[in-house]
Design a protein around this ligand. Structure first.
Ligand code: GDP
Length: 192
């Protein structure tokens, strides 16, 4: 069975790929505390609830969105749930991922450096056609900003990544993040 790299088994019962209904694995990477869980909960549940951590061992949360061309994309979102410290596990974690979302906190330069580390890891170990997004989260904290928008834009551009700043707290750009990465997915070919 042929399948686009990084796309999960989204074939219908006849075994044919359904290019209108994609199912993809998305992994979140970034320093602990940058807001990965909050971004997921905001997107999946529409809530900002820092106390409700995705528990270790919970595999993933999923959420489906419809694009304008009537394609649907079902994201299976994997959060590291604190395992970002165990770098050795990382290649297992992003195996089969079509999308990697690398998150930093715009008030925290260390988290921006760590994001760059994860990008290099993905370039070494990720699928070559993985769609990568760089996300500057906590954009609501203007007065504490340490990483300028342009720094994020420049780094993302150099590394062929989509870039966006978000706030899980105010919901700013959260849906846009997922819509934009969905649009950038390689589509399985419809020709036989
Ligand atoms: P994770 O370790 O990357 O999953 O980070 P969490 O999602 O647990 O968030 C860490 C902390 O950052 C929590 O205390 C959240 O309240 C806070 N946080 C997350 N996103 C935002 C945001 O967009 N704005 C602000 N002001 N705080 C946020």
């Amino acid at each position: 069975r042929t399948q686009g790299p990084g796309l999960l088994n989204n074939s219908d019962s006849s075994g044919a790929l359904d290019p209108k209904n994609l199912k993809v694995k998305l992994v979140l990477l970034g320093d602990s505390g940058v807001g990965k869980s909050c971004i997921v909960l905001r997107f999946v549940r529409g809530q900002f609830d820092p106390s409700s951590k995705v528990t270790v061992g919970a595999s993933f949360l999923s959420q489906t969105i419809a694009l304008q061309d009537s394609t649907t994309v079902k994201f299976e979102i994997w959060d590291t749930a604190g395992q970002e410290r165990y770098a050795a596990l990382a290649p297992l974690y992003y195996r089969g991922a079509a999308i990697a979302v690398v998150v930093y906190d715009i008030t925290n330069p260390d988290s921006f450096n760590k994001a760059q580390y994860w990008v290099k890891e993905l370039q070494k170990h990720g699928s070559p056609d993985i769609v990568m997004a760089l996300v500057g989260n906590k954009a609501d904290l203007h007065e504490k900003r340490e990483i300028q928008v342009q720094e994020g834009i420049d780094y993302a551009e150099k590394n062929g990544m989509f870039f966006i700043e978000t706030s899980a707290k105010t919901a700013d750009n959260i849906n846009q993040l997922f819509e934009e990465i969905a649009k950038r997915l390689p589509r399985p070919s419809t020709s036989s």
